[in-house]
Design a protein around this ligand. Structure first.
Ligand SMILES: [Fe+2]
Ligand SMILES: [Fe+2]
Length: 137
């Protein structure tokens, strides 16, 4: 589910490394969600969520700076999508994640899966050519 493939590459090494980090966070979430052992995983979930937030803010800023520096003309629309994911993440963080941990894990997994499928594999792919044509690899 969260296995990185070469076809996911944006052809920009640093961005691929950052994206791989998201796949790694997704895999860890998936592992916790697969346990189904009725144990308390709240601390683990919160740890992953903290990491996910830090990673999200760092990665989006990194991409946005690179777009601005390289005069990417679809910057505004791209940023709207980033802001949408940040809003979703804030909403997730504010919700009661302890009441039903299995349900919360599914919400967190859906968030990461949606980000990968609708943004990384689509919207992020649109800047490949532009960055490469500017010598950014
Ligand atoms: Fe990205
Ligand atoms: Fe992006």
């Amino acid at each position: 589910m969260f296995k990185w493939r070469d076809s996911f590459s944006t052809n920009v090494a640093e961005i691929d490394n950052q994206h791989k980090k998201l796949f790694e966070i997704g895999s860890r979430l998936f592992e916790v969600a697969s346990l189904k052992d009725d144990c308390d995983h709240y601390d683990e979930m919160m740890g992953i969520l903290d990491e996910l937030r830090d990673y999200t803010l760092y990665h989006f800023k990194f991409e946005e700076n690179l777009m601005v520096e390289n005069g990417y003309n679809n910057y505004e629309n791209h940023k709207i999508e980033h802001d949408f994911f940040i809003k979703k993440l804030v909403r997730l963080e504010k919700s009661d994640l302890d009441n039903d941990q299995n349900e919360s894990l599914i919400k967190m997994l859906n968030f990461v899966a949606d980000w990968i499928s609708s943004h990384i594999l689509k919207t992020d792919m649109n800047y490949r050519e532009h960055f490469n044509s500017r010598g950014v690899y």
